[in-house]
Design a protein around this ligand. Structure first.
Ligand code: HAM
Length: 424
């Protein structure tokens, strides 16, 4: 029996890959406009990197990581997200010394052993963005403005929800208020009962209806922010207004990773069933220091490429590969040899060109040219060769022109390009 891919791991095949290229190309272009540089980090890291950053009691670390012993016994993990690795690389490569504010992005696969469903995979891909070295609220707004622009330029529409998770100065008081509120409730689900002991904030993320019916009246973190965090949040929302970025404050939003402080946000869609977050992120001001780096603040977000691709497909916005500039239909051995040589020259000159290798009839070759969405077909037959000409057919209009061949083929290609422009 043929070997199949693992559950939750997917191929992206031609026909689909063009949508991915469109997403990646659009995002890259925008991130470069905003001054971000790409960073590539390894997929495998020491397990303790993720335990120390994402948090020991998070679902990711407790039950979702692909962790295994290396041949020498040390524990390795396939990265479940991009932030921890980028921060490790930032510290290890002394990037804070190179520039006081680093704007970095990385694009690639992440791994989480979750139950696969629509929009949720075990190997998924993120466009992951980090700004390190500044805690200005304006940076938070600029970052969310950039996320919103990526969505807009992809032709999608999602809603931006924002919250503040406070800081080590004000979070404990909120945790206590929340704990006081939930400690009297007995019929919470098992997960919430466990989280109540280990990580109370995370209960707010529970999807269970009974639990949610209690949490809707739970205390709000926004009522417990210290003055600095409150000022920060007010400045962020003012700057979002300045950029005319739409958002909704959701004071119940908590994140599945422990490193967040202050601003957190999610890009939410109602079009993907239960996997509603297309992207998410927030500020993590203590994290670099926690990983034994300099005491610099940071903020970032990641978008899930599978979810973006699904949204585009659902909109029937399937992106197709570009068609050919030119198909060469050759008849007879001599013409085929010439077509073979010409095709290589044309490709070298920057044209998207193709030819038939199988001595098919002219009719079949024309069909082939049509399927390949060629703008033009150059027909080379015995008669044309004798006169050192070819017949150039505009595939849209059906108009045909005799074009001279011979001489320097690259030069000919350039003439052909000019000709194509005037024919269009
Ligand atoms: P996250 O919320 O865990 O945050 O993931 C960000 C995005 O990755 C999600 O909104 C979703 O679109 C996508 N995603 C997550 N898990 C899966 C999955 N199993 N299948 C498909 N897509 C998925 C982070 O990872 C943070 N590192 C974001 C960040 C960057 N925060 C600051 N900087």
């Amino acid at each position: 029996m043929a070997v199949k891919a693992l559950k939750g791991f997917k191929d992206v095949v031609p026909g689909d890959v063009e949508t991915w290229q469109f997403i990646e190309g659009t995002a890259r272009d925008i991130m470069h406009r905003f001054g971000y540089a790409e960073i590539k980090t390894p997929i495998l890291e020491k397990t303790k990197l993720f335990k120390r950053s994402i948090g020991e009691t998070t679902d990711i670390v407790e039950k979702e990581m692909y962790t295994f012993p290396d041949r020498n016994g040390s524990s390795l993990t396939m990265r479940p997200e991009g932030t921890a690795s980028v921060l490790r690389a930032y510290i290890e490569n002394g990037l804070h010394q190179a520039k006081p504010v680093q704007k970095l992005y990385t694009i690639g696969p992440m791994f989480r052993h979750e139950r696969p469903q629509k929009g949720r995979l075990r190997q998924f891909h993120q466009i992951s963005v980090e700004v390190l070295g500044t805690d200005l609220p304006r940076v938070d707004a600029e970052l969310m403005g950039m996320a919103a622009l990526i969505i807009e330029e992809l032709g999608l529409s999602v809603s931006l929800e924002i919250n503040s998770l406070g800081c080590p100065a004000c979070r404990p008081a909120f945790n206590k208020a929340l704990l006081d509120y939930i400690s009297g409730i007995d019929d919470l689900c098992e997960d919430c009962l466990r989280r109540r002991e280990t990580n109370p904030l995370r209960v707010l993320d529970c999807k269970n209806d009974t639990c949610q019916s209690y949490y809707k009246d739970a205390p709000s973190i926004l009522d417990h922010l210290c003055l600095d965090c409150e000022d920060h949040f007010t400045a962020v929302t003012a700057d979002l207004d300045r950029l005319a970025v739409d958002y909704r404050v959701n004071h119940f939003m908590v994140r599945g990773l422990d490193y967040y402080t202050r601003t957190t946000f999610e890009l939410i869609t109602g079009d993907l069933g239960s996997q509603s977050a297309v992207g998410a992120g927030g500020r993590y001001d203590g994290l670099v220091k926690q990983l034994d780096g300099p005491d610099v603040p940071g903020i970032g977000f990641a978008m899930g490429m599978e979810r973006l691709a699904l949204l585009l497909e659902q909109k029937d916005e399937r992106i197709t590969a570009p068609g050919l500039d030119l198909f060469i239909a050759a008849l007879g051995g001599q013409a085929q040899d010439m077509a073979f040589e010409l095709c290589h020259e044309l490709r070298s000159s920057g044209l998207f060109a193709a030819l038939d290798y199988q001595d098919r009839s002219l009719k079949n070759q024309m069909k082939q040219a049509g399927r390949a969405q060629a703008d033009f077909t150059l027909i080379l037959g015995e008669d044309e060769l004798k006169n050192n000409t070819g017949l150039l057919r505009n595939m849209q209009t059906g108009d045909q022109y005799e074009v001279p061949l011979g001489g320097d083929v690259a030069e000919w290609a350039i003439r052909l390009l000019d000709r194509m422009e005037t024919c269009e």
